[in-house]
Design a protein around this ligand. Sequence first.
Ligand SMILES: [Zn+2]
Length: 319
Amino acid sequence: MSDLGVEPLRRVNSRGGLAPHLFVGFDSHLFSIDTSRSPKACVQPDAYLITHAHSDHYGKSAMLSQRALASKETARALEIRYDREYKGRTFEVGESVLIGDVEVRTYSTGHTIGATAFYWETEVGTRVLATGDVKDYSHLPRCDFLITEANYGDPWDPSCIFDDDLGGFFEALQSGASFGAYAFGKAQRAVALMRAMGYDGEIGMDEQSLALTRELMPEAGPLTEANGNGTNVVSPWNLYHLPGRNKYFLTGRRDTSYPTIRLSDHLDFRGLMKMFEHISPKEVLVYHPEGERANLLAHHLQQCGMETTALEQIEKYMR
Ligand SMILES: [Zn+2]
């Protein structure tokens, strides 16, 4: 148990491995943060908090519990992505929700449409914030115990320092290019940017990107099924179906056969450090992604004098 009265825990699954992400115990409560659903025989949390609908946050499994809690957009995105019914409770980002007697406030993180950070206070007054993935920390409140991500948290890796290449994206858009973007998150970011940059023509999309964008972005402007003409935003593996050579993959990855334009859904390392300053927590738990990046960021924050734990260092387990 940390001095703040908040206890991170992990669940051991039936194969003896660890369930992804974590549980947080405080007072007489247990919240799950982006964790897969526990089998019926296991300890059940008061709520499965789902920060957003990316697959590495396990909403596909948690959405089937009546204890799931996700924004309306996240719940809808999960339904479209996985073709199953969301069984939990929903809210508008910015609203407060009661879980038992705990008031949970919700904040946008700008990572995907509907991406939510959850905030609550314990009986002894500890302010807890679980962010999920973050692109824009400016709306997040201060807290004492911060649970956050480290997707670009390696201080020594040059690829963790970047700016979005908005100039490159604008030039490509003007030249009539088509773009490869993951269907949930990046595709909607690309459409929003295209509209903000003044493009008001039709945008062609593949089936899943189109369904998600139509449903989640009422203000998306004219969209159509990708038909090989005009400007398209399609899943990266569908890029090769489009004619011509003027095609870009919107990613920070370098292992692709297409030219890339850097547009990220995440803060880079400098952004993460500014976020810590903005939120000024007493203690940090880096919970995502599992592995080296989280360990390196935790180590760096410790060196900066901030009490920090990475997911892999949690030693309290439950069945
Ligand atoms: Zn994500």
